[in-house]
Design a binder for this molecule. Structure first.
Ligand code: C2E
Ligand code: MG
Ligand code: MG
Ligand code: MG
Length: 288
């Protein structure tokens, strides 16, 4: 069978696929240049409290400010960076920029606000991660309380042995940890109590089905009550409509993120929309 497959693979050398391979190579070269020139920038999406109607902080989402293509979204290049073994460089660059921003946004940290950064699961294989992260935070005279680290649920499948300990070290220093895209990772629930996780972020795909798919409604309710029992916070991501927000509030979800409250935006726009001299602005839209 192996022989047969090998012979079949000859068709990968058709001109069309060579073009794909060329584009991939080009992308890799582009990414190396982008790292050198620091072409990555954080966008900020507000996290919103449905009860107090205040902005609690933000999630930082990387954008590649490509000289010709403009802003490139992360799904187009994060996997390539992971393949190249360079994703931690970008994640650390992002953390550094976010911390620089937090120094300026003191009113956010003064009121207990946090900014969440996304860490690739691959980073946790890197022994010096914690030292590096602490160095960056201290170089901006911040404390770990200002930062939440988001990792996707999938990370728990990959490194069961050391990971609870690594998470514990982060927690001990004051970082909080969120499990991103929760519900999509196909992992067993048994690990949840083993890991010191502060927040579950309900994946957008479930939120999208609210009031459409009864099974998903039940699933969200189950996640929320499980999180409450485990004393974890819940964040619902991808909230786009008022009925979704109302339904989430009715089942006890307080913290939400989504286009209804704000798209990811530049630091300048985030500041103008949500940070005022006298504190954090309540959200201005007609959310009741
Ligand atoms: P994520 O962490 O789950 O981020 C949420 C994604 O959903 C973001 O996409 C955001 O723009 C999008 N989103 C937020 N609200 C809504 C909504 O109401 N409707 C819809 N349709 N989408 C919404 P984005 O910015 O393209 O990021 C995609 C993913 O890339 C992120 O998913 C995260 O896993 C990854 N990522 C982003 N920044 C970084 C980073 O700095 N480092 C690493 N390693 N990964 C990152
Ligand atoms: Mg995230
Ligand atoms: Mg997410
Ligand atoms: Mg997601």
């Amino acid at each position: 069978a192996a022989k047969h497959e090998q012979r079949g693979s000859v068709r990968f050398y058709t001109p069309e696929l060579t073009k794909q391979a060329q584009e991939r190579l080009q992308m890799r070269n582009d990414l190396r240049r982008a790292l050198k020139n620091k072409e990555f920038i954080p966008y900020y999406q507000p996290k919103f409290d449905l009860q107090t109607r205040e902005v609690l902080g933000a999630e930082a989402l990387v954008r590649w400010n490509h000289p010709e293509k403009g802003l490139v979204p992360p799904f187009d290049f994060i996997p390539v960076l992971e393949e190249m073994g360079l994703v931690e460089e970008v994640d650390m660059m992002m953390l550094d920029m976010v911390c620089g921003q937090l120094e300026k946004w003191q009113q956010l940290t003064d009121t207990g606000g946090k900014i969440a950064v996304n860490f690739s699961g691959l980073q946790f294989k890197y022994e010096k991660l914690l030292d590096k992260v602490v160095d960056i935070i201290e170089s901006h005279k911040l404390t770990p309380k200002a930062i939440q680290i988001e990792v996707t649920e999938g990370v728990l499948l990959e490194h069961h042995d050391q990971l609870p300990l690594i998470f514990r070290d982060f927690k001990a220093l004051g970082f909080s940890i969120a499990l991103d895209d929760f519900g999509t990772g196909y992992s067993s629930l048994g690990y949840l109590s083993k890991y010191p996780i502060d927040t579950l972020k309900i994946d957008r795909s479930f939120v999208n089905n609210i009031n459409k798919n009864e099974a998903d409604d039940i699933l969200i309710k189950t996640i929320v009550s499980m999180a409450q029992n485990l004393k974890m916070d819940v964040v619902a991501e991808g909230v786009e409509t008022k009925p979704q927000a109302d339904w989430l509030a009715s089942i006890g979800v307080r913290i939400v993120q989504g286009y209804l409250f704000g798209r990811p935006m530049s630091a300048t726009n985030f500041e103008a929309a949500f940070l005022q001299d006298d504190g954090i602005a309540a959200h201005q839209t007609q959310i009741s």
